[in-house]
Write a protein that binds this ligand. Sequence first.
Ligand code: ADP
Ligand code: ADP
Length: 233
Amino acid sequence: MIRFEDVSVRYDGAPAPAVSGVDLTVPEGELVLLVGPSGAGKSTLLGAVSGLVPHFTGGTLHGRLTVAGRDTRTHKPRELADVVGTVGQDPLAHFVTDTVEDELAYGMESLGLAPDVMRRRVEETLDLLGLAALRERPIGTLSGGQRQRVAIGSVLTPHPAVLVLDEPTSALDPAAAEEVLAVLQRLVHDLGTTVLMAEHRLERVVQYADQVMLLPGPGAAPVLGPPAEIMAR
Ligand code: ADP
Ligand code: ADP
């Protein structure tokens, strides 16, 4: 569960906050689509949930933001790995190892898990994401959709309650995009993961969403509701 209590974010030197008045709760086990015009604060909001804002991007977060009960302001992103996983637009920017299975294991390294637990989680995640046949493949030889699934897998092995994705299908062709969206939907329904995902290609993703969060414009408070209700606005 993600709980925003009167959250705003202001970047240093900016005349106005990038997001403000965020006061809502994202329930567990739903796929929430974050939409809004360019500059409305989507990336800032996602970064706040990931702990990237303020620790890596600068800026100041006011109010209180907790993910699975943990305050994102007092925890560095690394200390949030077991509650929130974050995947960006470009999976290549994300990878630190050579092969699929090493990449899935890497995300657990700072958690202090026993080696047999880590091995089990790699196996379980390979199966879950349909990557078992690719386990020894160098990541550079994979297709875009496969890479994006590996990126998702690498943040999934710590068993986060929340997955945050910034336009995860924007660099993909329609078939690969559907592959990734189907995986996300499975995580929500089978594991009860909460997925918060920004996307501008609405026609592609809205059918997968349980809820839509609309950021109407720069600094304007978001509204959250069922897709049909929000898209009619
Ligand atoms: P969106 O993802 O909806 O396009 P962003 O969150 O990227 O919106 O940006 C919201 C506002 O915050 C914009 O005015 C943008 O220029 C500004 N902004 C984003 N990141 C930073 C940063 N690291 N430092 C200063 N300003 C930023
Ligand atoms: P261990 O620490 O031994 O891996 P857990 O109790 O943490 O044991 O997890 C095992 C269970 O978690 C499995 O039944 C599996 O279905 C489920 N699981 C698998 N992937 C995830 C995930 N990404 N988030 C939450 N639970 C998951």
